[in-house]
Design a protein. Structure first.
Length: 330
């Protein structure tokens, strides 16, 4: 509360200084004073005191008062309360490690270099962009948005007040803090990857169980590089194998197939992929960067979907492919 009080006092002083400056400019016959209203000011104007306190605690106020432009998805006070209650974090008493975590979470709400309005998002329908938060190897984390039922971010946070403009960007108020995304975040938020999620869950039911869902949901796991088959890729596989559902296969077979899509202990972005052998959890596949393809041990070729690469999570990166890779077939 002391931090919030100080911020509000500083804001009042700031506004008074601007008013005085404006009057002074008018008196000098230089025209109306030009007032700068940053995304931080917009947050305070909308009573987002918890966000302001978090920015202050992590040293990000000056960053978001910069030139920008910035697009900020600003959590409501209630959203921050939920986060703090769930994590036990105390903004007035953060350890060095906790401060770094909160700072990264805050940066996961910021897109730099663009002013993206709600109409821009709606016109796009859905897609990925990068935030200022970072993951493995310092790569910027991805953000996935959909607009079919309002603007939703990473399948967890909805815009409740859009297009609050500032001189250095735009602020969209959201109802939930956008936590650092995992591979599971992107798999579950994009409907075009729903069959992959089903396949992971089905493999988990085997004995002994393979904890795919828990692993890709674990922010501390990995990093992994995942070649994620689209729903269309799985549908094509069902036709190829002449089956009606993945559950027609035993869990061990599905597990063996899935392992050919995962590279362990590596966060390989698309520009880091090289032609030649790629060692997955299941065995070797072959990459061809000139055609942007992957070939499984059976000589089956899958295209890497160039518009759906480098989907970066805190525990690894996802590249979407158009054909399921198979383990060696007899």
């Amino acid at each position: 509360m002391k931090i919030i009080s100080k911020i509000l006092k500083l804001t009042t002083v700031f506004i008074m200084v601007l008013s005085i400056t404006a009057c002074s400019n008018d008196d000098d016959n230089n025209g109306p004073g030009v007032q700068t209203t940053t995304v931080v000011d917009v947050a305070l104007e909308n009573n987002l005191t918890s966000l302001a306190a978090a920015l202050q605690a992590t040293g990000l106020v000056s960053t978001l008062e910069g030139t920008g432009p910035f697009t900020v998805f600003a959590p409501s006070n209630a959203a921050f309360t939920d986060l703090l209650n769930a994590t036990g974090l105390d903004l007035n008493n953060l350890s060095t490690e906790e401060e770094a975590l909160v700072r990264n979470i805050l940066l996961n709400h910021v897109i730099a270099g663009a002013t993206i309005s709600s109409s821009d998002l709606i016109a796009s329908g859905s897609g990925y962009t990068n935030t200022q938060a970072t993951g493995p190897n310092g790569e910027n984390l991805s953000l996935y948005f959909t607009t079919s039922g309002g603007v939703e971010i990473n399948g967890m946070s909805t815009v409740t007040s859009a297009d609050n403009t500032a001189t250095n960007g735009i602020v969209h108020i959201v109802d939930t803090v956008i936590t650092l995304p995992t591979i599971a975040t992107f798999a579950t938020s994009n409907d075009n990857l729903s069959i992959l999620v089903d396949a992971l869950a089905y493999a988990d039911t085997g004995s002994p169980t393979v904890p795919y869902i828990n692993t890709v949901s674990d922010a501390e796991a990995g990093p992994f590089t995942v070649f994620a088959p689209s729903n269309a890729a799985f549908a094509s596989l069902l036709t190829e194998l002449n089956i009606s559902a993945l559950s027609d296969l035993d869990t061990a077979t599905v597990n063996a197939v899935l392992t050919y899509h995962i590279v362990n202990n590596a966060n390989v972005q698309s520009d880091e992929l090289s032609t030649g052998t790629v060692t997955t959890l299941g065995g070797d596949i072959t990459a061809d960067t000139s055609n942007f393809t992957l070939t499984d041990p059976n000589g089956r070729v899958s295209n890497i979907v160039t518009s759906l690469v480098d989907i970066q999570g805190i525990n690894g990166v996802v590249h979407v492919i158009d054909k399921v890779l198979l383990s060696p077939q007899n």
